[in-house]
Write a protein that binds this ligand. Structure first.
Ligand SMILES: Cc1cc2nc3c(=O)[nH]c(=O)nc-3n(C[C@H](O)[C@H](O)[C@H](O)COP(=O)(O)O)c2cc1C
Length: 142
C-alpha cells in the first residue's frame, strides 16, 4: 500500500461565538473518529490564530478523497495544500486524529509563521513541535 502524508492550511470561519466554535471542533473530531479508522487515515489537526493546519496520512487514494471532501467544508476557507509526500511509515500511527488548540501552547513556540512564504518543512516541524509541547491534545479514537 502506498502511503502519503498531506499538509494543508486553511482559514477558519465564524470565530466570534465560542460555543459555536467548540461545537464545530467537536463535530469535526466526531467525523474523524467516524471515518478515519475505516479509511486508514491518521494525523494531526491544529488550530492557531484562526488557522487550521492539518497533516493527513494514509493510503494515497484515501488522503486524496478526504482532502477533496474537506475542501468543500463550509467551516473553513482559503484552503492551501502545501505538501504531499510519500511515506515509508506513518508519523502519527497511533491516532486517527489529534487535535490541538495551539493558542494554549507555550510562548516559546513562537508565532505562527507567515503562511504565504513558510516552506512545508517549516510547517511540518511546527506541527511536531506543538505535539511535543506540554499542550493538551485531544484524540479521536484510532
Ligand atoms: C479543518 C477540517 C478538518 C477535517 N478533517 C476531517 C478528517 O480528518 N476526517 C473526516 O472524516 N472529516 C474531516 N473533516 C470534516 C469533513 O469536512 C466532513 O464534514 C466529514 O468528513 C463528513 O463526515 P460524514 O459524511 O461522516 O458526516 C474536517 C473538516 C475541517 C473543516
Amino acid at each position: 500500500m502506498l502511503l502519503v502524508s498531506a499538509l494543508y492550511f486553511s482559514r477558519m470561519v465564524d470565530l466570534d461565538d465560542p460555543v459555536e466554535h467548540r461545537a464545530r471542533i467537536d463535530s469535526i473530531m466526531e467525523a474523524c473518529a467516524r471515518n478515519n479508522p475505516r479509511l486508514g487515515l491518521t494525523g494531526a489537526l491544529i488550530i492557531e490564530r484562526g488557522w487550521f493546519t492539518q497533516v493527513l496520512e494514509g493510503p494515497r487514494w484515501a488522503v486524496t478523497a478526504m482532502l477533496a471532501r474537506i475542501a468543500k467544508d463550509p467551516r473553513h476557507t482559503a484552503m492551501v495544500i502545501a505538501d504531499m509526500q510519500e511515506l515509508t511509515e506513518r508519523r502519527y500511527a497511533d491516532r486517527s486524529m489529534s487535535f490541538i488548540d495551539a493558542d494554549t501552547a507555550p510562548a516559546e513556540l513562537g508565532r505562527l509563521p507567515d503562511l504565504d512564504v513558510a516552506p512545508a518543512e517549516t510547517l511540518r516541524a511546527r506541527v511536531d513541535a506543538i505535539l511535543a509541547s506540554p499542550v493538551r491534545v485531544r484524540v479521536a479514537a484510532a
